[in-house]
Design a binder for this molecule. Structure first.
Ligand code: ATP
Ligand code: MG
Length: 303
């Protein structure tokens, strides 16, 4: 068994219809296939950490409906501990309709679910000190705040997936975060549209995040790589040049790999390189989860 990593946050079920080209308007269209695959930032990160060798647990919430059961079953099949993936009676899970064209263009309609409580009293926070690293996304602010506070008390590193959220959400969670890794849309929602306009503005936005108490503030920029700020200053990790087939979940997988690396005691620079390699390899294959490489594949790639 590898080291213990706990990932807390979003889970969603994608119902995917591949079509030749995206519908231009109303009407009836034929799909060449149909599949149901789990997604969501923390849920995908948990699958990634597990596939890379962690003893990984996912803590999250869904409804006790067919979608909730399907998500839990799929994650368990990937080897993730789902004992605290809770399905709430009467609640409805988050699901998305995904229409994807042959050239990879997507149309996504998401239903966020209903009746899922924000209350955190059921979280088994006494299990946090046994973990080596904690990851959470920003979707369940109360949950992220609770698990990060428990991790801070136990001296365990925490990694935040800073996707799009409100300023209030970031203000609540960032003071408890050790490693805040934003996506570009996430950084924009935290620091305003100008934060993406040029390098100076990007750096100012990361400086603002770090001023709230994080040790590391970073932004992932797809094929342009990752910029981060730590106690020594700004650094860059270029993206690996790979034949890209499907970037679905690259950011989520990056976070799962980074959290695992932190748990293993890798340096920030090593972790950024490792997570970039994992995400790049994922981009060479189809599927947010099915495309995640094994540890051996990553090691071979980095040689
Ligand atoms: N085209 C690419 N080529 C190589 N690496 C990539 C590519 N796209 C993404 N990556 C790797 O994955 C990391 C995360 O990607 P990105 O910044 O697109 O995440 P994101 O915006 O959170 O997207 P999502 O969460 O939807 O996957 C990047 O920093 C990079 O290391
Ligand atoms: Mg992301």
């Amino acid at each position: 068994m590898g080291i213990r990593v706990i990932c807390l946050g979003n889970t969603t079920l994608d119902k995917v219809w591949p079509v030749r080209e995206l519908p231009a308007g109303g009407g009836k269209y034929r799909a060449s296939d149909y599949l149901e695959v789990g997604g969501g930032m923390a849920a995908n990160a948990a699958v990634a950490a597990s596939r890379l060798g962690a003893d990984c647990a996912y803590w999250g919430r869904a409804g006790d409906d067919d979608a909730g059961l399907a998500m839990r079953r799929e994650m368990a099949a990937y080897g993730v501990d789902v004992a605290h993936f809770r399905l709430f009676a009467g609640a409805r899970s988050s699901i998305s309709a995904v229409i994807v064209s042959q050239d990879g263009e997507r149309m996504i309609v998401n239903f966020r679910g209903t009746g899922i409580p924000d209350d955190t009293a059921w979280l088994p926070l006494d299990l946090v000190p046994a973990a080596a690293a904690i990851h959470a996304d920003i979707r369940w602010v109360e949950g992220a705040g609770a698990i990060f506070a428990a991790a801070r008390r136990a001296g365990i590193p925490t990694v935040l997936d800073g996707e799009t959220a409100t300023e209030a959400a970031f203000s609540a969670v960032l003071p408890w975060t050790d490693h805040a890794i934003f996506s570009e849309p996430g950084l924009r929602s935290f620091a305003g549209a100008e934060s993406l306009q040029n390098d100076a503005n990007r750096r100012a936005a990361l400086t603002k995040a770090r001023a709230l108490g994080c040790r590391v503030a970073a932004v992932t920029r797809g094929g342009k790589g990752t910029l981060w700020l730590d106690e020594h200053g700004f650094h860059q990790q270029p993206a690996f040049a790979v034949p890209v087939v499907d970037t679905t979940g690259a950011g989520d997988v990056f976070h799962g790999a980074y959290a695992l690396a932190m748990g293993e005691g890798q340096s920030v620079a090593q972790a950024m390189r490792f997570a970039s390699a994992v995400a790049a390899l994922k981009c060479t294959r189809r599927g947010g989860r099915a495309g995640i490489p094994t540890r051996t594949e990553v090691a071979d790639f980095l040689k």
